[in-house]
Design a protein around this ligand. Structure first.
Ligand code: CMP
Length: 154
């Protein structure tokens, strides 16, 4: 992982955070296509990481080893050669999925704008979990392809 030295804390997901994931996220994004039972299988594989402000979580061009879901905080997505940021992401948004899905280096650099807590899913666990739900894979691919098209517009 990039920016390891900026990680303030690493720990398993706590019970109330599992509730947040189960209740808050089932309607949107990454987990929406996972059945409750499948979600329960995912949670033990996730780690909660707390990053300092200004930490680089993904560095453009580096291999991708994990994907991340923002619990509390915000990040900016930037690409070399772009004058403006590609995107700002906050609680409930995810990032780092493109390198894992497409088997490519990180497409952009993701930096924290404040102290930020993220759920982290390592690549091998991501691939195992993606295998549980074709619906989820399709949904993720659709979003990742939209993001990729946005990046091609520089
Ligand atoms: P990845 O390529 O693994 O690492 C950088 C991440 O930035 C990428 O995955 C996406 O999660 C995120 N990203 C890239 N392009 C966009 C975009 N257009 N909008 C939002 N996030 C993006």
């Amino acid at each position: 992982m990039s920016g390891d030295s900026d990680i303030l804390d690493t720990r398993p997901v706590a019970a109330q955070e599992s509730d947040w994931l189960e209740e808050g996220l089932r309607g949107v994004g990454f987990f929406s296509a996972l059945a409750r039972a499948q979600l329960a299988q995912v949670l033990p594989y996730m780690l909660m990481l707390r990053y300092a402000r200004g930490a680089v979580i993904c560095a453009e061009g580096e291999p991708g080893e994990a994907m991340y879901l923002i619990y509390h905080g915000s990040v900016v997505v930037e690409k070399k050669g772009w004058r403006d940021p590609v995107a700002h992401l906050k609680d409930g948004d995810f990032f780092g999925e493109m390198a894992l899905l497409f088997g490519e280096p990180r497409s952009a650099t993701v930096t924290t704008l404040e102290e930020t807590e993220v759920f982290c899913l390592a690549s091998e666990d991501f691939h195992r979990i993606v295998g549980l739900s074709p619906d989820m894979t399709q949904l993720l691919r659709k979003l990742a392809e939209t993001r990729r098209r946005e990046l091609a517009q520089s």
